[in-house]
Design a protein around this ligand. Structure first.
Ligand code: SF4
Length: 169
């Protein structure tokens, strides 16, 4: 497809609908401001055309998939930002409290490390027994395990709610 061809309303709607459906099925939510969310979806589609991957629409991509792998949507920072601020950096995704209007959706600080920091060799996640950087959560329904600050709102495998998770480690 030519990069010059304008994006159609249908293309934007199609990706918006897919992201929205996937988000709701996995315990995530798109920004309730549909026009705003669709503008971000448009940015994702433009980046897909430009770079060949869905680079975050609010960040400058390098056109090198390996260098940008942490900012391919959903980026590595989404869940941390949702937990801490109730919104991802672009505000495409919001937490349940953001969706219900209980938490104000505002711009948040960038959490992505600088290029220099990213270039450094990553510290091993496990430095020994019992040293996981995040608690390990287990879905009591299907046994799904995930290491993160909080359990997901919905189990991505069996769709059980957050309260069905227990801290495993
Ligand atoms: S900040 Fe939001 S829109 Fe940007 S890549 Fe992360 S999840 Fe996607």
């Amino acid at each position: 497809m030519s990069n010059d061809k304008p994006l159609s309303v249908e293309e934007v709607k199609s990706l918006y609908d897919r992201l929205s459906k996937d988000a709701e099925a996995s315990g995530y939510h798109l920004n309730p401001d549909i026009d705003f969310a669709k503008e971000l979806v448009r940015g994702l589609l433009l980046n897909q055309r430009r770079y060949g991957y869905y680079a975050c629409p609010c960040r400058l991509a390098s056109n090198n998939r390996l260098e940008d792998v942490d900012i391919i949507c959903p980026c590595d920072y989404r869940d941390l930002d949702l937990n801490e601020h109730g919104v991802c950096y672009c505000a495409l995704y919001v937490s349940l409290s953001g969706l219900k209007g209980e938490k104000k959706i505002t711009s948040i600080p960038e959490r992505r490390p600088s290029p220099e920091e990213r270039g450094k060799k990553a510290e091993p996640l496990l430095k020994g027994p019992g040293t996981l950087p995040y608690p390990l959560w287990r879905c009591k329904v299907c046994g799904y395990l995930c290491a993160r600050e909080q359990p997901p709102e919905v189990c991505p495998i069996c769709k059980a709610k957050k309260e069905r998770f227990e801290q495993f480690l």
